[in-house]
Design a protein around this ligand. Structure first.
Ligand code: CTP
Ligand code: MG
Length: 388
């Protein structure tokens, strides 16, 4: 097997995408997932198939620890190293930290690295040549002439260069070390050293996020896995307990929920709907009654933890709808407070996606006679199919 390292460079400032005003593009999210993780997860898949033997992530010095922590538990060996001021410097640091006989150098700003493209490149690697994915230019071209007027420019023989670009690693180290700097990609330095370059077919979807508007384009490329889960809960109403519903205290209501926790049926139903959609079991499994940690616990804390776990697994909330079946107290006026209390413990991107309804028990059965309150909930989540 060719020992190949995948080096992902993600140490730039992302200025053209507006990084100077806030977060650099590689730390913004695409499909709810941090941009650099898209390439890293491609690395995981290539490692699982035995196509690369390690990954090196090149990131800004300040992000070293945070990125390193994020790679705990991943299957491929990940090295995280600091980048330099120029792309070429970042690449050099990455390939020096790598150990493979060959190296694939990839932009962390290109989230859609397919296995087919990586395979084409790896299959073409030899100790003599570099290999680069190219695409023919499809638009008509114009060039600014000497007098600033536009003149047509022939597109024949012009190619768009993508990454990953593959090379014998030690040769690339020496090429980049002796190159004057400022190379837009490795192939540029490789060619100017007089070395041969093979080409493979690039992919239109393998875009580099460069400008702000590229994020919207990339979002439209994300394939989604969408799942819906349901939740249900019932608790008896008894005197001498507080009545807490949707995290909101109703001190004037004389009854409260019997239960091991505070018995907040709405929060429990919502937790179960979320866990069901994420395929993560239910609250009884994760926060078992009988464990002293959860005795009389405010269930809103369980919701905060559930949302954290679900998000951690890559899911983004699309919508939650719930119905509370209660004869009393009258709840309609309190629904907005319950929504805001519950949304407060959600990740920011999940807010504005929780809907509540209240229904009376029509004075029939245990709900209608105020012996219990019942809640039903449905949650829809999605996550990028390309990653998980
Ligand atoms: N890169 C890097 N180190 C640098 C500059 C760039 O690792 N000093 C990385 C970027 O993080 C990106 C890839 O090289 O993944 C391609 O570069 P580019 O698209 O130009 O990203 P930025 O340099 O971050 O963006 P800009 O040029 O708009 O500032
Ligand atoms: Mg740049």
């Amino acid at each position: 097997m060719k020992e190949t390292s995948l080096v992902i460079v993600a140490a730039g400032k992302g200025e053209r995408a507006g990084g100077a005003c806030g977060t650099a593009k590689q730390f913004r999210t695409l499909g709810g997932i941090c941009l650099w993780k898209w390439s890293a997860s491609a690395g995981e898949r290539l490692y699982a198939r035995g196509r690369v033997h390690e990954c090196v992530l090149v990131v800004p010095e300040i992000a070293l620890d945070a990125v390193h922590r994020e790679t705990f538990g991943w299957k491929a060996p990940f090295r995280v190293v600091p980048g330099g001021a120029e792309r070429q410097e970042s690449v050099l640091r990455g390939i020096e930290a790598a150990s493979g006989e060959y190296v694939l150098v990839h932009d962390g700003a290109r989230p859609f690295l397919s296995e087919e493209l990586a395979d084409r490149l790896i299959d073409s690697l030899t100790l003599d040549c570099g290999v680069i994915p190219l695409l023919p230019v499809s638009d008509a071209l114009k060039k600014t002439g000497d007098d600033r007027t536009l003149v047509p420019f022939p597109r024949e023989g012009l190619w768009l260069s993508q990454t990953p670009q593959g090379f014998p690693r030690k040769k690339l180290v020496s090429v980049l070390t002796s190159h004057g700097g400022g190379a837009k990609d490795e192939a540029e330095a490789w060619i100017s050293a007089g070395l041969p370059l093979l080409q493979v077919k690039g992919e239109r979807k393998n875009i580099k996020i460069t400008w702000e508007e590229d994020f919207a384009l990339a979002e439209s490329y994300v394939q989604r896995t969408v799942r819906t889960g349901i939740g249900y809960d019932i608790h008896p109403l008894v005197p001498g307990r507080r009545f807490i519903l949707g995290g909101v205290d109703f001190p004037d209501f004389p009854l409260g929920f019997a239960g091991y926790s505070d018995g907040d049926v709405l929060v429990h139903a919502v937790c179960d709907a979320l866990l069901g959609a994420a395929g993560m079991g239910d609250i009884g499994l994760i926060y078992p009654a009988g464990d002293p940690v959860y005795r009389n616990i405010a269930s809103i804390r369980l919701l905060a933890d559930t949302a954290r776990r679900v998000k951690q697994d890559g899911w983004t909330l699309e919508w939650i709808d719930s119905v509370i079946c209660a004869q009393e107290p009258k709840l309609a006026r309190s629904l907005p407070r319950m929504i805001s209390t519950m949304e407060e413990v959600f990740p920011e991107a999940w807010r504005g996606r929780l809907h509540l309804k209240a229904k009376s028990g029509e004075r029939v059965g245990p709900v209608g006679e105020s012996h219990s309150i019942v809640c039903h909930s449905a949650a829809t989540l999605w996550r990028p199919a390309d990653i998980f």
